[in-house]
Every structure is written in structure tokens, then in C-alpha cells.
Design a protein around this ligand. Structure first.
Ligand code: CTP
Ligand SMILES: C[C@](O)(CO)[C@H](O)COP(=O)(O)O
Length: 227
């Protein structure tokens, strides 16, 4: 299998409320983004890593992450967009045409395990589309605009979806292009493939693979790293 990784890091980290983008905050002495890249750098079938960063942070990322930690794989920095979906698309179109498979990962998920990435790559090779997820632990409610509960979906069918999400390269580019054409913005990449009527396989991950979003996530992530 020949694969590329697209790691998106061009967000603003608004919910973190710090002046520095959350992907550059240090955990265990290294930036969050370092850990999110390292796992892909250590996987043989991944031949390149595309890191999507904001225009203003390109120099910073190059200097303080890419050069500083000398990764083994070729790493290309490309510019992000206003929404995560735009950033992913820009990453995708910059992947090598020789790649059959592309793994898309949030730069803000530094605690992903290599084994889970490998499982997801394998499942995507078989099914063309696979996403990491975990069964939800809470009871989920659908509510109306006034916060009244409308319904309670059966929890046994509910999974919280994370990244990486891994796809056949042509399929995920087509899915993004259809979304662009129709003005659809999704909160992950899987939904764009679902819209093409493709079945996406969910690969069971773990609860450790949190997305660093709000300040308390840093405490949790630091604790996991110490373990
Ligand atoms: N325009 C965007 C928005 C998000 N992301 C990336 O997508 C991942 C998940 O997004 P999220 O947690 O929402 O990050 P932010 O957009 O940075 O956070 P916030 O919504 O709090 O501003 C992050 O790695 C983020 O850098 C991106 O590359 N481009
Ligand atoms: C892609 C994602 O990480 C899957 O859980 C998530 O949907 C990103 O959402 P965000 O609104 O960009 O945090």
C-alpha cells in the first residue's frame, strides 16, 4: 500500500482561548503537533506527510516543529482555509498522485496510537473508507431549538467519530469536490463520502484519542503522556 497522511493544523484554537494556536502548545516538552505527526512518520506505508497550516504560521511551524524534530518522511507544508474542510481539501490536492490511500488526521489529536492507525489503513484498503471511533458512553438526546428533548437514539448504534479517517485517494477527492459544488460543509470527512452513498467502516479506537479543544483537555493529555 502506498499512502499519504494529511494532518490539519490550520485552525485558530478559539475554544482554547490562548494566544498561541493549540497545536503549538507544549505537552511533555514537545508541541502537540509533533506527536500528531510522529505516529505517521513511524508507519512504513506512509510515504509523505502534508501538514496544513495557516499562512501566518507557516514559518513558525517550519522552524519550531518540522526542522526542530527532523522527521524521516518528506513533509510538505500547505496553506489552510477558513473551515477545516477547506484545509483538508487543500491538503488532499497536494498529495502525490501515486498514493492509493490518504489518512486525514487532526493536528490537535496527539494521543493517537500507531496500532489504531495501522488498523484503519488496512480497513480503508479493503473498504475504501474507514474512520476511527469509540462507542458513546453517555445517553445522547436530540433536542429542539428550545432545548426540549425530541428523541433518544438507541445508544448501541451511536459512536463518537475521531480521526484518522482514511480513504482511497480518488474517492475522498471526489467527495470533497461534490461538497464544494453543492456548498456543503461537514464536520468531518466521512460525511462527504457518506453523501456519495459509500459505506464507511468504523474502526474501534480508544477514549484516549481526544481532540485538544478546551483548556482541561491539556491536563488530560499531559496525564496520558506521563503514563
Ligand atoms: N480552518 C481550519 C479549522 C481547523 N483546522 C484543524 O482541524 C482540527 C480540528 O479542528 P478544531 O478542534 O475545531 O480546531 P480549531 O478550529 O483550531 O479550534 P476552534 O474551533 O476552537 O477555533 C485542528 O487540528 C485544526 O487545526 C484546520 O486545519 N483548518
Ligand atoms: C473531524 C473531527 O475531529 C471528528 O470528530 C471533528 O468533527 C472536528 O470537529 P471540529 O468542529 O473541527 O472540532
Amino acid at each position: 500500500m502506498i499512502a499519504s497522511a494529511v494532518v490539519v493544523a490550520a485552525g485558530k484554537g478559539t475554544r482554547m482561548g490562548q494566544t498561541v494556536n493549540k497545536v503549538y502548545i507544549h505537552l511533555g516538552g514537545k508541541p502537540v503537533l509533533y506527536y500528531s505527526l510522529k505516529v505517521f512518520d513511524d508507519i512504513d506505508c506512509i510515504k509523505e506527510i502534508i501538514v496544513v497550516v495557516s499562512k501566518e504560521e507557516m514559518g513558525y511551524c517550519q522552524q519550531n516543529v518540522i526542522k526542530k524534530y527532523s522527521f524521516k518522511k518528506p513533509i510538505k507544508l500547505v496553506e489552510g482555509g477558513s473551515e477545516r474542510q477547506h484545509s483538508v481539501y487543500n491538503g488532499l490536492i497536494n498529495t502525490s498522485k501515486h498514493s492509493e490511500i490518504v489518512a486525514i488526521h487532526d493536528g490537535a489529536r496527539p494521543l493517537i496510537d500507531k496500532e489504531i492507525v495501522l488498523n484503519t489503513l488496512e480497513q480503508a484498503y479493503v473498504y475504501k473508507a474507514a474512520a476511527v471511533g469509540v462507542p458513546v458512553k453517555d445517553t445522547i438526546k436530540i433536542v429542539d431549538e428550545d432545548n426540549f428533548i425530541v428523541s433518544t437514539p438507541d445508544r448501541k448504534f451511536l459512536w463518537a467519530i475521531q480521526t484518522p479517517q482514511v480513504f482511497e485517494r480518488g474517492l475522498i477527492i471526489d467527495a470533497h469536490q461534490k461538497a464544494i459544488k453543492e456548498g456543503f460543509i461537514g464536520t468531518d470527512d466521512s460525511v462527504l463520502v457518506e453523501r456519495l452513498d459509500y459505506k464507511v467502516k468504523v474502526v474501534e479506537g480508544n477514549y484516549k484519542n481526544i481532540k485538544i479543544t478546551t483548556p482541561e483537555d491539556l491536563i488530560v493529555a499531559e496525564a496520558f503522556l506521563k503514563k
